[in-house]
Design a binder for this molecule. Structure first.
Ligand code: NAD
Ligand code: DAO
Ligand code: ZN
Length: 368
């Protein structure tokens, strides 16, 4: 079949809208009509050429929601008409990683997904006979996609696609880092570095669990108002204080119980660790730093009890946790609508990237 898609031909170039050839689902695969997709910072990171594993030509996008059109042989858990969110972190429930219950990093299709291919090591997308690669196993900038069954979360059918698509990455990454990775407890003091599409969801998660002080740090003062609506109690603009770490230590009587780095800046990662409380403070790295970057601190920071952790997709097990997060949205327990600042047509997808780069949007959503 043919599908409309935004194709990334090479790093640094705008996407172009094409009628792409899409092969149907093979065994264990599912054809999905994508109804809406968010544009995430990570799509920009890959398109910019900064991602050393970025492959071209490819169809980017990893934050979508849609409807199952057809299932391949052997698919048991889904049928045509089911509403789904594609998962760039699948959940096979059989690999060593899934069975460990210690991580959400399912490895069942990792090697082919990392090469932009389906599990049989081929692409379902092509144009003029030449293959176009998948991206993060999802490629939600295409109106129709083929995805392995283990990379689809089935969600309730009354949830609006143009809002819950954001649960496919940003919402789950932020909330999950608080709930699943850090397991923040009520009353804990939390510091969030970077108040963008991820950081605001960390704030929302911290508020949800009843955190004490929720301190936001951002160089963009315009982020303050929305962050306060989501539960931030104190704001620090690093440009207005002499030393961010000292300011946080004073505000929290010795340091944060939990800090979250939601920028991808290795210098800020160090501040996020060093503002943590001696003896128990934990710092969670969410931001993706530039290729080859390294983090540093004095080892004594760790000897004296501070803990450095990372979080991918919020530590969420997609098929298990994503439907629950959709329920929370539908029950009014979390706010997504205020974070979706722009809704665009596929033809205007490059405008979505411009808005992100200019810091003018929190989330732009493309509706097909
Ligand atoms: P964003 O651009 O919307 O937000 C980043 C925020 O950081 C902005 O408000 C910006 O003003 C602020 N900022 C920039 N430099 C700063 C500094 N030096 N000090 C303080 N604030 C600063 O980005 P986002 O969509 O929220 O994504 C944040 C990061 O998370 C990116 O690196 C992205 O790739 C990564 N990410 C990680 C995962 C994961 O699973 N770990 C998932 C999605 C995104
Ligand atoms: O299992 O080795 C692996 C890789 C899992 C990829 C997890 C990606 C999370 C961070 C990238 C940001 C995604 C939007
Ligand atoms: Zn697995």
């Amino acid at each position: 079949m043919k599908t409309r898609a935004a194709v990334a031909w090479q790093a640094g170039q705008p996407l172009t809208i094409e009628e792409v050839e899409l092969q149907g689902p093979k065994a264990g695969e599912v054809l999905v009509e994508i109804k809406a997709t968010g544009i995430c910072h990570t799509d920009y990171y890959t398109l910019s050429g900064a991602d050393p594993e970025g492959l071209f030509p490819a169809i980017l996008g990893h934050e979508g929601a849609g409807v199952v059109v057809e299932v391949g042989a052997g698919v048991k858990s889904l049928q045509a008409g089911d509403h789904v969110i594609p998962l760039y972190t699948p959940e096979c429930r059989q690999c060593k990683f899934c069975l460990s219950q210690k991580t959400n990093l399912c490895q069942a299709i990792r090697s082919t997904q990392g090469r932009g291919l389906m599990p049989d090591a081929t692409s379902r997308f092509s144009l003029n006979g030449k293959p176009i690669l998948h991206y993060m196993g999802t490629s939600t900038f295409s109106n129709y996609i083929v995805v392995p069954e283990i990379a689809l979360a089935k969600i309730r059918s009354d949830a609006p696609f143009d809002k819950v698509c954001y649960i496919g990455c940003g919402v789950t990454t932020g909330l999950g880092a608080v709930l699943f990775t850090a397991k923040v407890e009520a009353g804990a003091n939390v510091v969030v570095f970077g108040l963008g599409g991820i950081g605001l969801n960390v704030i929302q998660g911290a508020k949800m669990v009843g955190a004490g002080k929720i301190i936001g740090v951002d160089i963009n003062p315009a982020r303050q108002e929305l962050a306060r609506q989501f539960g931030m109690t104190h704001f620090i603009n690093p440009n207005d204080v002499e030393n961010v770490v000292d300011t946080i230590i004073q505000l929290t009587d010795g340091g944060a119980d939990y800090s979250f780095e939601c920028i991808g800046n290795t210098k800020v990662m160090r501040q996020a660790l060093e503002c943590c409380h001696k003896g128990w403070g934990q710092s969670i790295i969410i931001g993706v730093a530039e290729a080859g970057a390294e983090i540093s601190t004095r080892p004594f920071q760790l000897v004296t009890g501070r803990v450095w952790k990372g979080s991918a997709f919020g530590g969420a097990r997609g098929r298990t946790d994503v439907p629950k997060i959709v329920d929370w949205y539908m029950e009014g327990k979390i706010n997504i609508d205020s974070l979706i600042t722009h809704t665009l047509k596929l033809e205007d997808i490059n405008e979505g990237f411009r808005l992100m780069k200019a810091g003018e949007s929190i989330r732009s959503v493309v509706v097909f």
